[in-house]
Write a protein that binds this ligand. Structure first.
Ligand code: CU
Length: 382
């Protein structure tokens, strides 16, 4: 308990004061950092059994060896070559070792110390050449798949994947400039050319079941082309989901920086694009009141087609267009249910320690209104 507490305060200090300074530098992110510091007291203790990391149920395990895409099959091939070489090296070293220990063990009458000798060119050449050859057996197929997958097919769809502390933003320049957060939607079996970068610290973009990963750096754009897997069930409604995760330690909530990658049939993807950024309707009195509460959110959040879009700059909070259609909230930390959303709005740090959304001190009424405003959705793909 004491140890946990010590670790946490040191890492919190590092991330807030160290990495915090190299964040985008915008006034908003800095002010929100100090806000996050204020909400720190409300963090649950890591040893607290009532506090759980995730309550989400993913359709697919986070698994690198599924072999669902060509790239993941290629990686598996290199894995298995490497594994067999390791097995060979293990026996090639341990069998002679055990034999030598037995054969040359100390016997009565042996002179001590035994005869000393130095240098044996034949042996030295053998134990240099053999590892070089073994490493080449691993290196050549590795290079081959690296070059193969660096190619960008001309038909590839473009998506920007942007890392933020601690959530993902996805932009679709080819598809009506749709913007979404924490949910990547793609058509099945399609090469997608991702431009990967970060708005603050270094993150890393990875959907383990699909193959390669790429670092998201501030101030530099990386590229990676991944092909989405084909649908396992062609008639599935709402697509099939894969887990994505940030894989570069990026601060307090790094482990809670997930996203889901949803693979749709081509038709379903097109209709998702058409409705993804349509503005919420304001019909009921509660939605009307919610729209007013949302004015307090728009410095950090955008909903397409509302005045929040007019505010300039890179906002530090996820885009909330069509939020009602999202399966999770808090970047894959909780299921997106009205109860969890209410808890989130009451005390974001209670769900996701250290995250940059401050506690806004909303009343239960305000929470109910803003929830009815942002939870509506024009598409319900789940
Ligand atoms: Cu990250």
């Amino acid at each position: 308990m004491v140890k946990n507490h010590w670790c946490r305060s040191v890492s919190a200090k590092l991330f807030r004061e160290g990495f915090g300074k190299i964040m985008s530098g915008s006034f908003l992110s800095l002010s929100s950092l100090s806000l996050a510091q204020e909400t720190q007291e409300q963090l649950p203790a890591f040893g607290d059994t009532k506090w759980k990391l995730f309550d989400v149920s993913w359709d697919a395990p986070m698994n690198t060896v599924t072999g669902l895409t060509e790239w993941s099959r290629d990686i598996n091939n290199v894995y298995s070559i490497t594994t067999w070489i390791c097995v060979f090296v293990f026996f090639a070293v341990s069998i002679p070792l055990v034999y030598t220990l037995y054969r040359f063990r100390h016997k009565a009458g042996d002179q001590a110390p035994p005869k000393q000798f130095h240098g044996n060119s034949t042996l030295e050449i053998i134990w240099t050449v053999v590892p070089v050859v073994l490493l080449l057996f691993i290196a050549v197929p590795t290079w081959r798949i690296l070059f193969k997958h660096a190619q960008v097919p001309p038909s590839a769809m473009k998506i920007e994947a942007i890392g933020h502390q601690w959530w993902w933003e996805f932009r679709y320049p080819d598809n009506g400039n749709v913007v979404t957060a924490n949910e990547l939607h793609v058509p099945e079996n399609t090469p997608v050319h991702f431009t990967v970068y970060s708005e603050d610290v270094i993150h890393s973009f990875w959907i383990p079941a699909w193959g390669g990963k790429k670092d998201a750096l501030p101030g530099h754009k990386n590229e990676i082309t991944l092909t989405s897997p084909p649908l396992k069930n062609a008639n599935v409604k709402g697509g099939e989901m894969y887990q994505g995760q940030c894989v570069e330690l990026c601060g307090a909530s790094h482990a809670l920086m997930r996203f889901n990658a949803v693979v749709h049939s081509k038709g379903e993807f097109d209709s998702w694009v058409k409705t993804a950024n349509s503005p919420p309707t304001v019909e009921t009195a509660s939605q009307k009141a919610g729209e007013e509460v949302f004015a307090r959110c728009q410095a950090c959040h955008t909903i397409a087609g509302t005045p929040s879009e007019q505010l300039p700059g890179n906002k530090i909070g996820p885009n909330l267009s069509n939020f009602g259609n999202r399966k999770y909230l808090g970047a894959g930390t909780r299921m997106n249910t009205p109860e969890n959303l209410a808890q989130w709005l009451k005390n974001p740090a209670g769900i996701k320690p250290g995250n940059l959304m401050p506690n806004l001190g909303l009343t239960d009424e305000e929470i109910a209104h803003v929830s009815s405003y942002i939870r509506q959705s024009t598409t319900k793909t789940y």
